[in-house]
Design a protein around this ligand. Structure first.
Ligand SMILES: N[C@@H]1[C@@H](O)[C@H](O)[C@@H](COP(=O)(O)O)O[C@@H]1O
Length: 234
């Protein structure tokens, strides 16, 4: 694992953008994208760049079950706001959270991932080490699934909703097995509340207790962290 320490999220976005740009110049066509606050500075770099994404495809990690793409709290909406409205891709895929049929929604998404193998995957990380919405205990060979969110994730995501009761309890998430198939992975983590998760990811045992520890088995992972997120590394 390659670890890049940065001073702040702005610098983190710039470092991540360098890797993204380089990968696109070397032929990457499919980007795996993430939501949350961590990738925002990267998306800002992308939207203010002169890179044309109109020949590229994006595949997002996850979506809340029960939210329409037009819902302001949906990950669809987030991606439109932060990236796609300003830099359209040829095709942009996000799991269909508005489909109550989990079997159909997750199978359809696995087909999309299979048809669009991910060249470069962007990841954030949850305080408990989750990636996408793969909470602790998720199988390392998992494909797209309907998952229940843990109390800690619901609590962390409450800041985006008016009331804790409004936070969806379920999501459709790409599985860890699919994430691991990406050729290259960048994980972004900022702030003290990510320090334990980053230490477990990098220095801890490879265990389903920390979903991101699976990345130790991937050949091309770069972790971009600020001082606070890196503070518990060995
Ligand atoms: N499903 C998302 C994850 O993909 C994201 O990595 C995590 C951390 O978000 P943030 O970057 O805002 O800390 O939040 C959510 O749970």
């Amino acid at each position: 694992m390659n670890i890049i320490k940065v001073n702040d999220t702005q610098m983190g976005g710039k470092e991540a953008f360098k890797i993204v740009k380089d990968d696109i110049e070397n032929g990457a066509k499919v980007l795996g994208l993430a939501t949350g606050s961590s990738p925002i500075t990267l998306y800002n770099e992308m939207t203010s760049s002169d890179i044309d994404f109109s020949n590229m495809t994006s595949v997002n990690l996850d979506e809340y079950v029960g939210l329409e793409p037009t819902n302001e709290q949906s990950y669809h909406y987030f991606m439109n706001e932060h990236l796609f409205n300003k830099k359209p891709f040829k095709n942009s895929y996000v799991p269909d959270g508005s489909n109550p049929d989990a079997e159909a929604a997750t199978k359809a998404y696995d087909k999309i991932i299979e048809e669009n193998p991910i060249d470069l995957q962007i990841l954030g990380i949850g305080r408990n080490g989750h990636i996408g919405f793969n909470e602790p205990g998720s199988p390392f060979d998992g494909t797209t699934r309907k998952v229940g969110l843990t109390e800690s994730t619901i609590e962390a995501n409450t800041r985006f909703f008016e009331d804790e009761k409004d936070v969806p309890r379920f999501a459709y998430s790409m599985g860890i097995g699919s994430i691991m198939k990406a050729k290259k992975i960048i994980l972004l983590a900022y702030g003290e509340n990510k320090a334990d998760a980053i230490a477990a990811t990098v220095d801890g045992p490879v265990t389903e207790d920390c979903p991101a520890s699976a990345l130790q088995n991937h050949p091309d992972v770069t972790i971009i962290v600020d001082e606070a997120a890196a503070s518990k590394l060995k």
